[in-house]
Design a protein around this ligand. Sequence first.
Ligand code: DAT
Ligand code: MG
Length: 149
Amino acid sequence: MAIEKTFVMVKPDGVQRGLIGEIVSRFERKGLKLVGAKLMSVSQQLAEQHYAEHKERPFFGELVQFITSSPVFAMVWEGENAVSVARTMMGKTNPAESAPGTIRGDFGLTIGMNIIHGSDSPESADREIALWFGNEALSYDKAVDVWVG
Ligand code: DAT
Ligand code: MG
C-alpha cells in the first residue's frame, strides 16, 4: 500500500474550454480523493518556480506566459499510487501522441496547450503541493474508501 498525494492542475486552456468538471469527474470516478482545490491566477514567480526544471528549455518563456495568461484550477488528489495513476489518466505530454481515453488524448491537440499538469514523481508531488497549497490540503475519511482499496 502506497497512499500518495499528487498535484494536478487544469491549465488555462482547460479552464477556458469548460473542462474542469469533466476532469474532476474522471479523477473522482477513478476512486481518488480530492483533498485540495482552488481556482486561481498564477503569478510570474509561482509559474517560474513551478516549472524551474525547464528554465533552460527554449519553450520556457512561452510556458510561463501561457500558465499565467488566465486562471488555473489547482488540485491535490490522494489515493493508492496517486502520482502514477494520475499521469496515466493524463496521457503523454504531447496530446498528438496521447492515447484516446486519456485526458490529453481525448481533449488536446498541441503540446503548447495540453490541458492538464500532474506531478511526475512522489518527490515532485511533495515539492509542488508545498509550493501551491502549503499545508492547506485536507485529510478526511470517506465511507467509500474501503471499497476502492
Ligand atoms: P508534462 O507536463 O507531461 O510533465 P514536461 O514536464 O516535460 O511535461 O513539460 C512541461 C510542459 O511544458 C508540458 O506540459 C508542455 C510544455 N512543453 C514540454 N515540451 C515542450 C516542447 N517541446 N515544446 C513546447 N512546449 C513543451
Ligand atoms: Mg512535468
